[in-house]
Every structure is written in structure tokens, then in C-alpha cells.
Design a protein around this ligand. Sequence first.
Ligand SMILES: O=C(O)c1ccccc1N[C@@H]1O[C@H](COP(=O)(O)O)[C@@H](O)[C@H]1O
Length: 201
Amino acid sequence: MIRVKFCGISSVEDAILAEKLGADFIGVVSDTVSPRYVKNEFVKIVKRYVTKPVVTVKVKGELGKILEEGKEADFIQIHRVLTDEELQYLNSFRRNIILYVPASGKFETYFRKVVSSSNYMVLLDKDNENKVDLYVAKKWINEYSKVGIGGGIKPENVRDFLSLNPYWIDISSGIELYKGKKDPSKMSLIIKEVREWTSIR
Ligand SMILES: O=C(O)c1ccccc1N[C@@H]1O[C@H](COP(=O)(O)O)[C@@H](O)[C@H]1O
């Protein structure tokens, strides 16, 4: 079964709708780099209305602060490439962590460091503005069980990502009416594609 994370959720209404339509994870971006930014306190509010795990996405900042600010979330997704020292520091915490790894052959060594470090979930995504290398992504998904994939997923191309058989697919901008507002029909289409894909395999 391929799980679905709808990310960049920035209203309770969209969180409730995402869960109702079938999302397995509700992602919120609590980092000001995002046009979908929400304050840390939003996690606690959303958790009153949904039962699915809530993921808070962080990009910048010192890891200790990220872990503290993300403590209300079920998962903390750290969406930047970490230094060796940061990976070592993170290993000393028992938290549900999702680590971003750019889906590019240039990050093969980093991918191996991450998956050998601890029991992380790994999210493959674009390497800056370079598209996801689906060949590399397929190779890594076959090697490690907890690899999700994002990076420009939308209803028109979701099958390309489902064919890699990831642990989950992760979508933010591809299911929007406009930045910060999710589109019910696009979310429904994604879920429909996933269910159809899963039912025939
Ligand atoms: O969603 C965001 O605004 C965001 C901002 C900064 C870092 C990560 C962000 N979202 C994560 O990136 C992937 C891919 O996004 P997209 O679907 O290509 O728009 C998304 O799944 C989130 O996990």
C-alpha cells in the first residue's frame, strides 16, 4: 500500500478535508521560507480535528530548536541536507524524524549516511530546482523500506511516482487552487489514482 502525505496544509478546513479524502499524513510547513507557512502552534490546533499523524516541516534553524518547536507534531521533517555533525547530534534523540534527501546521484553518499544513521524516514525530493531523478529514486526505494517521494507530483504525473513503489508520496503545490489553499478535486484525483494503482497490484 502506498501512503499519501498532503503537505503545505495551512487551514483546519483543509486538514479535515485532506483526512476525509484519504490522506495518511497531514503535513504543515512551520518554516517562514514557505508561502504555506504556519506557526508552530497550528500543529496543536490541527491535532484536535484530525486523527492522522501530523508532520511539521522545518528547513532552517538549529536542530535543538527544531526538535523543541516540533514537539507537538507526530513527525518532524527536516527539509535540508544536514552536516555529519548534525546527523550525529540527531542520532541521540528518539523522535519520529523524516529527513529530506535530494533525489540525485550527487547525493548517493549522503543517502547512505542517512539510512545507516538511524531509523529515519527518508523523503526524496527535488535537488533545488533540478527535477527528481526517478532512476536514482527507484534504486534507493528498492534498497530502503521507509522512503517517500515528492517533488512536483500532481494528478497528471502521479503514476510516474507510484510506479517506483515508494513507502509514501508527498504532495504540496500540485494539489492547490492557489498557494496556501488546497484543491479538493486535485486531492481527490490523487487518492483515486493511488487506490486504482494499489487495487491492480
Ligand atoms: O510545501 C512547501 O511549501 C515546502 C516549503 C519548504 C520545504 C518543503 C516544502 N514542502 C515539502 O516539499 C515537498 C515537495 O513539494 P511539492 O509537492 O513539489 O510542492 C512536499 O511534499 C513537502 O514535503
